[in-house]
Design a protein around this ligand. Sequence first.
Ligand code: SF4
Length: 392
Amino acid sequence: MNPELQSRLPLLRPAAQSDPLGLYLHIPFCLDRCTYCSFTTTRDRSLQPDTLARLIDDLAAWGAALDRPAVDTLYLGGGTPSLLAPDELAALTAAVRAAFDMAPLVEATLEANPGTVDLAWLQDARRLGWDRISLGVQALDDTLLSRLGRIHGASQALESLDLARRAGFQRRSADLMVGIPGQSLSKVVEDARTLAATGLEHLSIYLLDLDKACPLRGEIDAGRLTLPTEDEVADVFESLQVELPRLGLEPYEISNYAHSGAESIHNTRYWERRPYLGLGPGAASQLGDFRWTESGNIALWAAGRGEVDLQELNAAEALAEIPLLGLRMHRGVDWAALRDRADTLDLRPTCDAWERQLRALAKNDLVLWEADQVRLGSRGMLMSNSILQIFI
Ligand code: SF4
């Protein structure tokens, strides 16, 4: 374990024991690199054995260091976790169960990519206790998928969702992307309808993010492809806000829609600032007011080296995160509780200044106040990036 973290263990341990943890494991391998990807992932599968060995070591080390804390949500993300061989997935799952108290577990999600799963693999995963699957569908249009550099086509995406259902995954989610060059509004809505018709219980809608250098950014900068305008993208999100509830998928967070009771419990913990431990290259953790990110250099990480980026939030930063993250959720934030918290931290003037700004935004329904509960309205959700600047 990194010495900086080791020295903080007396503070991290009580935080890990105060509330069941979310445990995130990162599998940084993909068959190919998508043209827009900025995640911690590689095509170099020769690193896979060492990466898994370190993950298993880290699970044992962290479980012991934190006194075998309780875990209520487990998430295997990537990369492409569905590239793990069945015995690798079994070994990783066994290492989790050996190191942590899994009695309170209520959700175990694995991410998978269409084109990398078959029925036998999915059935194995179900037998190991994974009960929720999130598939990176992105679009149901072969031209757009090829533009994104995805390895799958539209029919494979639908087939993977069906295989997951047949393998016994009752909890299925898909990612859909908005803002792809050449993507029309009507096609996004049509894709959402097609996905909803498969009976999946959860849909994540993401805006294509090209902030970092990547091949797709290069194509756009060279003028060979054009991004939809901001107005066109806003029209898509507005249409989805109307259409998805008609399909039984209610919004519960800026990017996420679900059947009632089928919200992602693991992801909700991030917006509620509940504790989580992330293991793997580039994985993030938060225990108490400590937050850290593992090195994103996969080879160094797999070799047991690499820096950890550790940050300790001060009282004002920790308080600001409550509305910053909480307002992403459809139910919003209990402002009376936030005010009480601010009082105990001697930060009432800061909290009152935020309140004044949010009340000013209520005039045009960007922010909605219902007694002491505050949340973003539907237009506020579309403009959340600028509204949430209040807390930064
Ligand atoms: S599948 Fe996901 S993680 Fe892998 S290269 Fe594509 S976008 Fe990146």
